[in-house]
Design a protein around this ligand. Structure first.
Ligand code: GLU
Length: 452
C-alpha cells in the first residue's frame, strides 16, 4: 500500500481502508486525515489505542440513516428531498449534533460533520456523543409555509430515531429557531410527549437556553480571547475579518465589538462588504435575521465608504485576526498566504473545517496561530449541553450565569489544547492538542465499554 504523507504505517493502512470503504466522500476523507495527522505521538506513547483497533471503529459511524422526505410546495407540486442522520459515536453520551439544510448536503458532508462533532463534543468535557444530520433541501426562496411543511415531513421520519437519551439534534447551516420550532412541534404531535430534551436551540419560552443562539459566535471569540491572553494581548484595537453573515458570524462580530476589537468585513455566498468604521450590527441583523436578504444590501443601507464586491476575496482584506465562519473549505492556501502577507497572526475557525489542508499548512508553517473549529467553535454545542442540563432539571438559568459557564468551558478547551500539545511535544499547536485531547477521551470510553 502507498504510505500517505504525514501518516505512519498503521494510520496510513487504516486511512487507505477508509478511502476504499467510503468512495467519493472527499470531506469525510479530509476530516479523518486531519485527525490522523495528529495521532502519531499518542499511538507511539500508548499502544492500547492501536491494539484495541479503536481507530478502525472510530472511523465507522455507529448508525447511518438515509430517508426520503416528500412534501408539497405552495404551487401544489410534490417535492422530494433526501434526509440524513449519522449517529457517529455514543461513547461519551447520547448522539449530539446539528441538522444542516443546504443543497450541498450529501452523505460525505454529514459524515465529516459527525466525525468532527465527536471530537468537538469530547473536548467540551460534557456528556455528549457525536452525530450530524440534515437534508439537501434549499430553504432560500421558500415561503414560511413551505419550510414548515418540509420540517414536518423531515421529522415524520426522524422522530423514531431520536430522544433525549438517544440522539439530540440541533441547528446548523439553514436550521435555526424557526426550523427547530416546526421540528419540535411535529415531534410533540407524533409522540404525544413534551420531551424538551429531544432538541436543543429551542425558543426561550418553550425550553430553550439563554445564550444558545449567540453561543457559537461568542464561543469562537472567547476562545480567540484566550489565545490573545496567553500572549499577553487583548482584543483592544484588533482589526478582525469574519467571513459569513449567518448565526455564527453575527454573534462573533457582536462579541468582538464588545471586547474592543473592530470587525471590518463580512460576507455571504453572493459577495462581501468592507466597512472601515466597523460592521454596523443592527443593519446586518436587520438584513440577515429579519429580512433574510443579501449582503450587498448592506452597502446601500449604510452608504458612505462601504465597499461591496461580488468577485473579490474577503481574505484579501488586511486584518490582525481572521474568523472564517461561513462553511467548509472556504479558505485555501492562496487565501492563507494573502492573510499572512497582510499581517494576520491568528486564524480561528467559527465554521466547521473552513480552512483547507493547504491553508492549515501555510498558516502553521509561518508560525501564525491556527485554532481548529472542533475547539474554537465548540461553544454552540457546549451551550446545547447546558440546555439539556436545564431541561433535565426543568430549570432555566439567567443569561449572565449561562454566559459565565460558556466562558469557563471555552477557557477549559483552550487550556486542554495547549497542555496536550505541550505534553506531546508540539507546544502551541492547537490542532494537535485538540485532536489528541478529543481522541483520548473518546477512545478511553470506547475501550472501557468493550467491543460494541
Ligand atoms: N451545529 C453546531 C456545531 O457544529 C451545534 C450542534 C449542537 O448544538 O448540537 O457544533
Amino acid at each position: 500500500m502507498v504510505e500517505m504523507p504525514g501518516l505512519d504505517e498503521k494510520l496510513s493502512d487504516i486511512y487507505q481502508e477508509v478511502l476504499a470503504r467510503n468512495p467519493g466522500e472527499m470531506e469525510f476523507h479530509q476530516a479523518i486525515h486531519e485527525v490522523f495527522e495528529s495521532l502519531g505521538p499518542v499511538l507511539a506513547k500508548h499502544t492500547k489505542y492501536g491494539d484495541e483497533a479503536v481507530l478502525r471503529r472510530l472511523c465507522e459511524p455507529e448508525r447511518q440513516i438515509i430517508f426520503r422526505v416528500s412534501w408539497v410546495d405552495d404551487a401544489g407540486t410534490v417535492q422530494i428531498n433526501r434526509g440524513f442522520r449519522v449517529e457517529f459515536n455514543s461513547a461519551l453520551g447520547p448522539y449530539k449534533g446539528g441538522l444542516r439544510f443546504h443543497p450541498s448536503v450529501y452523505l460525505g458532508i454529514v459524515k465529516f460533520l459527525g466525525f468532527e462533532q465527536t471530537f468537538k463534543n469530547a473536548l467540551t468535557g460534557m456528556p455528549i456523543g457525536g452525530a450530524k444530520g440534515g437534508s439537501d433541501f434549499e430553504p432560500k426562496g421558500r415561503s414560511d409555509a413551505e419550510v414548515m411543511r418540509f420540517c414536518q415531513a423531515f421529522m415524520t421520519e426522524l422522530y423514531r430515531h431520536i430522544g433525549e437519551h438517544t440522539d439530540v439534534p440541533a441547528g446548523d447551516i439553514g436550521v435555526a429557531g424557526r426550523e427547530l420550532g416546526y421540528l419540535f412541534g411535529q415531534y410533540k404531535r407524533i409522540t404525544n410527549r413534551y420531551e424538551s430534551g429531544v432538541l436543543t436551540g429551542k425558543g426561550l419560552t418553550w425550553g430553550g437556553s439563554q445564550v444558545r443562539t449567540e453561543a457559537t459566535g461568542y464561543g469562537t471569540v472567547y476562545f480567540t480571547n484566550e489565545i490573545l491572553k496567553s500572549r499577553g494581548e487583548s482584543f483592544d484595537g484588533q482589526r478582525v475579518v469574519v467571513s459569513g453573515s449567518g448565526n455564527v458570524a453575527i454573534y462573533a462580530i457582536e462579541k468582538v465589538h464588545q471586547l474592543g476589537g473592530t470587525v471590518v468585513a463580512c460576507s455571504d455566498s453572493s459577495g462581501c462588504v468592507v466597512d472601515e468604521n466597523g460592521i454596523d450590527l443592527e443593519v446586518l441583523k436587520d438584513i440577515k435575521l429579519r429580512r433574510r436578504g443579501r449582503i450587498s444590501e448592506y452597502a446601500s443601507l449604510r452608504g458612505g465608504t462601504v465597499i461591496s464586491t461580488s468577485n473579490g476575496s474577503i481574505w484579501d482584506v488586511p486584518c490582525d485576526i481572521a474568523l472564517p465562519s461561513a462553511t467548509q473549505n472556504e479558505l485555501n492556501g492562496r487565501d492563507a498566504k494573502a492573510l499572512l502577507t497582510n499581517g494576520c497572526r491568528i486564524v480561528a475557525e467559527g465554521a466547521n473545517m473552513p480552512c483547507t489542508p493547504e491553508a492549515v499548512e501555510v498558516l502553521t508553517e509561518s508560525g501564525a496561530v491556527f485554532a481548529p473549529g472542533k475547539a474554537a467553535n465548540a461553544g454552540g454545542v457546549a451551550t446545547s449541553a447546558l440546555e439539556m442540563q436545564q431541561n433535565a432539571s426543568r430549570d432555566s438559568w439567567t443569561f449572565e450565569h449561562t454566559e459565565s459557564r460558556l466562558v469557563e468551558i471555552m477557557r477549559g478547551i483552550h487550556d486542554s489544547c495547549l497542555e496536550t500539545a505541550e505534553e506531546y511535544g508540539a507546544p502551541g499547536n492547537y490542532s494537535l492538542g485538540a485532536n489528541i485531547a478529543g481522541f483520548t477521551r473518546v477512545a478511553d470510553a470506547m475501550i472501557a465499554q468493550g467491543v460494541i
